[in-house]
Design a protein around this ligand. Structure first.
Ligand SMILES: Cc1cc2nc3c(=O)[nH]c(=O)nc-3n(C[C@H](O)[C@H](O)[C@H](O)COP(=O)(O)O)c2cc1C
Length: 186
C-alpha cells in the first residue's frame, strides 16, 4: 500500500465565512485516500521583516517547520485587487527565508482560486504562480482552476451545493494526487 501524503493547504482569506476556506474544506473531503489535506493557518504570522532573520518570532519558526515537513502545498486563494492577498504573500515570504533556507523548495504544489466574479481570481492565481516559480515549487499546470461565481456553489452550512462544482473539484484534487505522486521521490 502506498503512503498517505501530507498536504499543507494555505487559504488566502482570513475571514470566517471565506468562500475559499469552503473550497479548501470541500477539497479535503473529496481528496483520494492517498492525500491528507490540512489547512495551515497564516493569519497569525507577523508581517515579514528581515530583522526577524536574527531575532525570529516563534510563529515564523513553527510555520517554517510545518511547511518543511509537508509532502505538498495547495494554495486556495481569492483575488485582492487583481493580485495575491497580502496575508498569503506574507506567508510565502516568511517561509522563504532566511536566504538559502526556503521551506518551499521542491514541494509539489497546486493553485486554485475562487471569487464571486466570473473571472474566478485569475489574476491572483497567476501572480501566485510567478512567486512559486522563484520558490522552486513545481506547480501542477493542468487542470487550471479558476472558480467563478463561487458564492453560489455552497449552501448555508458551507457544503457544496451542485454536482458540477463537486465534479470539477474532484477532478482537480485527483489530478493533484497524481502530480504529487509523480513529483515525489520514491
Ligand atoms: C481588498 C479586496 C479586494 C478585492 N479585489 C478583488 C479582485 O481583484 N477580483 C475579484 O474577483 N474579487 C475581488 N474582491 C472580492 C473577493 O473576491 C470577495 O470578497 C471574496 O469573497 C473573497 O474571498 P473569500 O470569500 O474567500 O474571503 C476583493 C475583495 C477585497 C476585500
Amino acid at each position: 500500500m502506498s503512503a498517505v501524503r501530507d498536504i499543507a493547504v494555505f487559504v488566502g482569506s482570513l475571514r470566517k465565512e471565506s468562500i475559499n476556506r469552503k473550497v479548501a474544506n470541500a477539497l479535503a473531503e473529496l481528496a483520494p485516500s492517498s492525500l491528507k489535506l490540512q489547512i495551515v493557518e497564516i493569519g497569525q504570522l507577523p508581517l515579514y521583516n528581515q530583522d526577524f532573520d536574527q531575532d525570529t518570532p516563534q510563529a515564523y519558526l513553527d510555520f517554517r517547520a510545518r511547511v518543511k515537513a509537508t509532502d505538498g502545498v495547495l494554495f486556495v486563494t481569492p483575488e485582492h485587487n487583481r493580485s495575491v492577498p497580502a496575508a498569503l504573500k506574507n506567508a510565502l515570504d516568511v517561509a522563504s527565508r532566511p536566504y538559502g533556507h526556503s521551506s518551499w523548495n521542491g514541494k509539489p504544489g497546486a493553485v486554485i482560486s475562487a471569487s464571486p466574479s466570473a473571472v474566478g481570481g485569475f489574476g491572483a492565481n497567476h501572480h501566485l504562480r510567478q512567486s512559486l516559480v522563484f520558490l522552486n515549487v513545481p506547480v501542477m499546470q493542468q487542470p487550471e482552476a479558476y472558480v467563478g461565481g463561487a458564492d453560489k456553489h455552497f449552501d448555508s452550512s458551507g457544503k457544496l451545493a451542485n454536482d458540477a462544482t463537486r465534479n470539477f473539484l474532484q477532478n482537480f484534487i485527483e489530478a493533484f494526487a497524481n502530480w504529487v505522486a509523480v513529483q515525489s521521490k520514491p
